[in-house]
Ligand binder design. Structure first.
Ligand code: FPP
Length: 251
């Protein structure tokens, strides 16, 4: 679904989700350690969040750490955890100033206690903000999320709280981590990789995809706007005919 036209006349997506990829390769190209790629990646996060907020995108979701990422070298995982803590701590004033509500999806119980602490306080401090919802995927994986939702439904049915006949697509969506957000309209992946990597598997059913060769640390405002422009040129028909979706022949 499109939200109202943005300031530049773009038909803005209501929800943009991003697979931020290429920090390691960026660092390698520069002859720097991988961790430096993640530091520069955190800068891109800041820039893209600010740009999305400025343009009026209501929901932005960033894949910051996957369940699979736990398998990376201990030092790299620990750098990513520190960066996350730093980001949450440093960006809180800006999130408050710009009305940004922070949410998380994933098995956050797996995060280290220090990260869980700062997460809990940032979630609480930004809870009432309504201008934009920034969601971080942390220890997130789409299949894991679907299995957890199925388990919750089975538990409710076993307790007699839910009739199996009432397990509709809508009810299922309501048991996912993402129950508070619309499905993504646009999913961007950086670094030239063309795959979904277990991200928002259920929710991406009708998403448009934009793949760019730009590595995440080089992805900023200009690249974000290019992806939005590409989205705004796409014809989304949701399985219908063009005539049904645009009866006035607008397209
Ligand atoms: C992918 O690059 C990126 C990640 C695994 C993590 C994303 C993390 C950040 C952008 C930094 C901090 C995040 C926040 C929210 C402040 P890669 O390491 O897989 O790159 P490669 O494929 O080139 O090795």
């Amino acid at each position: 679904m499109r939200s109202k036209e943005g300031s530049g006349g773009l038909a803005l997506p209501r929800h943009v989700a991003i697979i931020m990829d290429g920090n390691g390769r960026w660092a390698k190209q520069q002859g720097l350690p991988r961790t430096e790629g993640h530091h520069r990646g955190a800068r891109s996060v800041r820039e893209v969040v600010a740009c999305a907020r400025e343009l009026g995108v209501p929901f932005l979701t960033l894949y910051a750490f996957s369940v699979e990422n736990w398998g990376r070298p201990v030092a790299e995982v620990s750098t990513l955890m520190s960066l996350l803590q730093e980001f949450l701590f440093n960006e809180l004033p800006l999130m408050l100033k710009h009305g940004i509500r922070l949410r998380v999806i994933g098995e956050t119980s797996a995060m280290p206690p220090a990260v869980r602490g700062v997460l809990a306080s940032t979630l609480a401090a930004t809870e009432k903000n309504t201008d934009m919802t920034l969601t971080l995927g942390l220890s997130y994986a789409g299949r894991n999320e679907i299995v957890r939702a199925a388990r919750k439904i089975a538990e409710e049915a076993a307790r007699g709280e839910l009739n199996p006949a009432d397990v509709t697509e809508e009810a299922f969506s309501g048991h996912l981590d993402t129950s508070y957000m619309p499905d993504p309209d646009l999913i961007i992946r950086t670094s030239g990789e063309v795959r979904i990597s277990n991200f928002l598997l259920w929710q991406s059913a009708y998403a448009e995809f934009v793949f760019t060769d730009v590595l995440w640390p080089d992805f900023g405002k200009a690249e974000f706007i290019l992806a939005l422009e590409e989205f705004s040129r796409r014809n989304r028909r949701f399985g219908l005919t063009g005539e049904q979706v645009w009866p006035q022949g607008a397209r």
